[in-house]
Design a protein around this ligand. Sequence first.
Ligand code: VGL
Length: 208
Amino acid sequence: MVIAAIDVDAQQTFTPLCPDELPVPEGHHIALALNQQAELAAWRILTKDAHPQNAVWVVDSHDKMFQPLPHTNADMTWVKHAVPGSKGFEVIPGLPKVTEYDHVIWKGIEPDLHPYGACFHDLEEKLSTGLIEWLHHKGVTTVIIGGLATDYCVKTTALQLQSTKRFKVIVNLSACRGISSDTIAESCDRMRSAGILLASNLDEVKQL
Ligand code: VGL
């Protein structure tokens, strides 16, 4: 068994440390759980949102979010977040430096793309980021996923990896936080029915 641990978008933009961006309640409290799951793994991967501030999906206030953007490769509007060079782009306190990871994926760098999953640059899932190929090349058999947010990028990354049928995919919920309890519950149902293993804590991860 070769395990990889993936820290999905564990960035300050998705925490209360950046209230004007996309704060996920308690998003800054997952560093310890991410570090602990990484101890089980041979490889540790970080994914980071990296968005230009003038992306096509950017709106200037939170109440204009979630508006559909038809005919684009961004499904809806969001406020500016995870702009390289800003505080929100940085990983949450307590995580290793970027250079200490074995592999890093930056996503959403193009102004007209807003992917959620870490495996593809586009929503149609045609342009691989290389993550699936990297894991395969390293002989990875099991991936343990944590990060932000459970109901968006964690869910989509887990579903993309699961659909390859190449890996056992475990989502460690103690190392994740999500935006709202309704969408977290829906996301968990969706992941479970896709065959993804959901663990509520590290002990459960070890038993899977
Ligand atoms: C995310 C909403 C918008 C995430 C990214 O990382 O889960 N959520 N952009």
